[in-house]
Design a protein around this ligand. Structure first.
Ligand SMILES: *[C@@H]1O[C@H](CO)[C@@H](O)[C@H](O)[C@H]1NC(C)=O
Ligand SMILES: *[C@@H]1O[C@H](CO)[C@@H](O)[C@H](O)[C@H]1NC(C)=O
Ligand SMILES: *[C@@H]1O[C@H](CO)[C@@H](O)[C@H](O)[C@H]1NC(C)=O
Ligand SMILES: *[C@@H]1O[C@H](CO)[C@@H](O)[C@H](O)[C@H]1NC(C)=O
Ligand SMILES: *[C@@H]1O[C@H](CO)[C@@H](O)[C@H](O)[C@H]1NC(C)=O
Length: 326
């Protein structure tokens, strides 16, 4: 009995250990955001070795822009003045060398993790997955794909050869973890999102072959959570639904002109080409439909960084411009 119990304990231990993965975690809201800190601790609690590397200030909407520090010290303080102006342009938490800020964009923060933090500080261990988010605000449809810094960090990781997932939430409050982080508060959106991130990440690793990657080369996931917890008390565990990027209600950035004030303002608009289906499974619902028009569900879309048009479209367009190839 004693032997049996310890064998079972050993088996459980080896199962838990084999799932421990090396994960880079980034975002576009900044290293001090409550969402990213909650997810950091949730992934750690699940047994993973997590490296948080994120911009020192809010960099929403920067897409894949690739900024590099132009000065060794910060000319302005970080988000929430954390850290203050005059601090080094990159650094880690005094009490946790796995948590880093970088005076760059989300995409360059991923590169900072891979080219500096991992090789210089952690013996160049191999990274199994890059997670971006959970963003403060949703990132649905191809219109947001190139615009979003959360997704920009993700496709940057994918083209470097890393499996990567973008997570975005509906809680758009840009809060400081020192004010708002409470992992014991099961109604806090950051806590709920952190648990959901672990659920998806662990499902991916569990189904992965022993020596294979978590996702195929050139492929990533885009995940959008609905309002949960304090933002919608009836939704505390939004189930995952498989979606596609284009489709019903897909919308993107637009501007409107106000002739009275001779100025422009931002508007989110629907454009019919955002409902086109040229690739993938056309029977899937759109991200916008699932997050905004169903009850308490999370959208998961699979994307490819092979942006080339499919074979039929390629041949059709090649025919249109055939004379230039003669
Ligand atoms: C770190 O490992 C990667 C492969 O995972 C390799 O391409 C790179 O050259 C290594 N960097 C250093 C500084 O050893
Ligand atoms: C936003 O976060 C701050 C803490 O940083 C909190 O005081 C405030 O109530 C939050 N606002 C909303 C609408 O959740
Ligand atoms: C959360 O709960 C744990 C265990 O009950 C406790 O040790 C910890 O202090 C709590 N943290 C907060 C922020 O309340
Ligand atoms: C246009 O600008 C005027 C003058 O500032 C303002 O009163 C009006 O509300 C604006 N209209 C819209 C649609 O924003
Ligand atoms: C809150 O979630 C419920 C389903 O759990 C849904 O019916 C409702 O529309 C949601 N409300 C908001 C404001 O998102």
């Amino acid at each position: 009995m004693q032997f049996l119990t310890s064998s079972i304990a050993l088996l459980c231990l080896s199962a838990a250990v084999s799932l421990a993965k090396n994960i880079i975690l980034t975002n576009d809201d900044g290293w001090q955001a409550t969402n990213i800190r909650a997810t950091y601790y949730k992934l750690k609690d699940a047994g993973h070795n997590v490296f948080l590397v994120a911009p020192v200030v809010q960099r929403s909407g920067y897409g894949g822009k690739f900024d590099i520090p132009t000065s060794p010290t910060l000319q302005q303080g970080g988000e929430f003045n954390y850290p203050p102006a005059g601090s080094p342009s990159w650094g880690s938490e005094p009490d946790d060398d796995h948590i880093w800020y970088f005076n760059g964009t989300p995409a360059s923060s991923v590169a900072f993790g891979l080219q500096y933090v991992i090789p210089e500080k952690f013996n160049n261990i191999s990274i199994d997955l890059v997670v971006s988010g959970p963003n403060e605000g949703t990132n649905e449809s191809p219109a947001m794909f190139t615009l979003s810094g959360t997704i920009g960090a993700t496709y940057n990781a994918v083209y470097r050869g890393y499996p990567a997932i973008a997570f975005s939430g509906s809680n758009s409050n840009n809060s400081f973890f020192k004010d708002a982080l409470d992992l014991n508060d099961t109604s806090a959106p950051s806590t709920i999102y952190g648990n959901k991130v672990v659920e998806l990440v662990d499902a991916l690793f569990k189904s992965q072959g022993s020596n294979s990657r978590a996702l195929p080369v050139g492929v990533g996931l885009n995940v959008n959570f609905p309002k949960v917890g304090y933002e919608n008390e009836t939704c505390s565990d939004p189930k995952y639904v498989f979606t596609r990027l284009t489709g019903q209600y897909a919308s993107g950035a637009d501007l409107k002109y106000n002739a009275t004030s001779n100025s422009f303002y931002y508007a989110q608009d629907q454009f019919s080409p955002l409902t086109v289906c040229n690739n993938g499974d056309c029977s899937l619902p759109s991200e916008n439909f699932v997050v905004e028009h169903t009850k308490c569900q999370t959208a998961v879309s699979v994307f490819s960084i092979d942006w080339d048009a499919n074979l039929g479209l390629t041949n059709q367009v090649k025919g249109l411009i055939a004379p230039v190839f003669e």
